[in-house]
Design a protein around this ligand. Sequence first.
Ligand code: FAD
Length: 490
Amino acid sequence: MQENKAIVVGSGFGGMAAASILAKNGYAVTVLEKNDMPGGRAQVWKKDGYIFDMGPSWYLMPDVFERYFALFGKKPEDFLKLERLDPHYRVFYSGGKILDISAVLDENMKLFDELEKDGAKKLREYLDNSKYQYEIAMEKFLYKDYKYLTDFFNWKLIIDGSKFHVFSKLDSYVSRYFESPEIKKILEYNIVFLGGAPKNSPALYSLMTHVDFNLGVWYPKGGLGQLVNAFYELAQSQGVEFIFNHEVTRIKVENDRAVAAVTDPVEFQADVFVMNADHAYVDLNLLDRKHRSYSEKYWDQRKIAPSAILMFLGFNKRLPNLKHHNLYLLDDWDVHFETLFNKPGWPDEPCIYICCPSKTDSSVAPEGHENIFILVPVASDLDDTDVIREKYFKWVIDLLQRLTGEAVTKNLVVKRIFSHRDFKSNYNAYKGTALGLAHTLRQTAVFRPQHQNKKLRNLFYTGHYNHPGIGVPMVTISSQIVADVIKREM
Ligand SMILES: Cc1cc2nc3c(=O)[nH]c(=O)nc-3n(C[C@H](O)[C@H](O)[C@H](O)COP(=O)(O)OP(=O)(O)OC[C@H]3O[C@@H](n4cnc5c(N)ncnc54)[C@H](O)[C@@H]3O)c2cc1C
């Protein structure tokens, strides 16, 4: 019997995972990627002895990777040297306070007791709920395809919904437990990684505190680029063919079926097509109007997750006072969140993330140097100019000098800034988003764009626009779902 053919457009984690599972399920799979390397938003940039992860830097939800590699009889350790970071991260508050979140739960209990009366007791209770939510989510919610409203709003959700906190907001949920502004920020900051804000995201995402405090923050030696290599190697071992520097410009349709992915100059025919490129981009640029799953108006009305100003900086000296992961959080962070979502614009003063992987890994910077990755979250669809980039760069350098107590300007030996226009040109990111589609209640589960195209039965989508959403573990799950949907539908 002739093998069925599948084309995957895009070699992000979502594309590589979908390709591997389809190959395992018997398809002859080709991945078409516009760039010259795999990984999508997790590309790696090497310069003068520095190795910069250009996207993800937190290895979270290790259980998801174990489950994924197990599909192929493998373990993450077959590819990666993983280390649990301790502390998980350091928080610098703009008022001057500095806190470390430890890998040891008892240490965090002590810290919470110092920050608030009965802080440890409350944290225990909060974590019990967060663990419950995570386990239910893993078992019943995350690995499931939602096609119809009734798949989501069934009697069970309505009964369990309040316990599961689907219908309340993260910010008010956290405030039910804690008063300390420092604690609240520790329990809410990670919603930004899901492209949301504490005031507009479902409290269900408090499960991220279980991820953070209990499952731990991990690091693969060599950086997250090693996880890209692991997915790539695994895909190749399943027989997946990768073709780089091939941008798909159109999906050719005949008799209401996708028949070919068109690149310049070659067309690739197949039986099944999986789109890992941004869902909005595919709809608006690769498909005729009548074959789009969603219209231009639909996309324009979605809450698109933030973009970011990324800075890749190399310093020829060590920088004291920083840990591997560092968060700089404004005491009044609502102002920054306003500019991210409600009134999109450039923040006067942002909350930022500073990654310094050379604190744990000598392979990512020359000896005695420091590798610094800065992420300034900013709204998508802003006019990103060199003047604005330089303004934030100067602000970041001032902040680094304050946080480290060192003059750093003269020690800067590598500098690259990457923002909206690079997200667009590198990844075809809709409105220059870094993260895809935000996680609001109206964009959760059944309300996220569907995995199967509504007009073309043999065209599917996987990645950070689809359920379950943003983040490397999530897009890996998304591809497991899409492979099941393809099995069911084809
Ligand atoms: C700065 C940053 C930091 C992050 N930090 C973390 C973190 O610490 N931990 C975490 O888990 N997640 C993190 N994330 C989120 C995570 O990286 C993403 O959710 C995930 O990588 C998205 O994967 P994807 O496969 O859906 O899409 P992508 O990675 O965007 O892959 C899509 C691919 O499609 C290709 N493509 C687009 N158009 C075409 C075309 N026409 N033809 C061919 N190819 C095309 C693109 O080039 C790209 O390679 C971060 C993201 C960013 C940007």
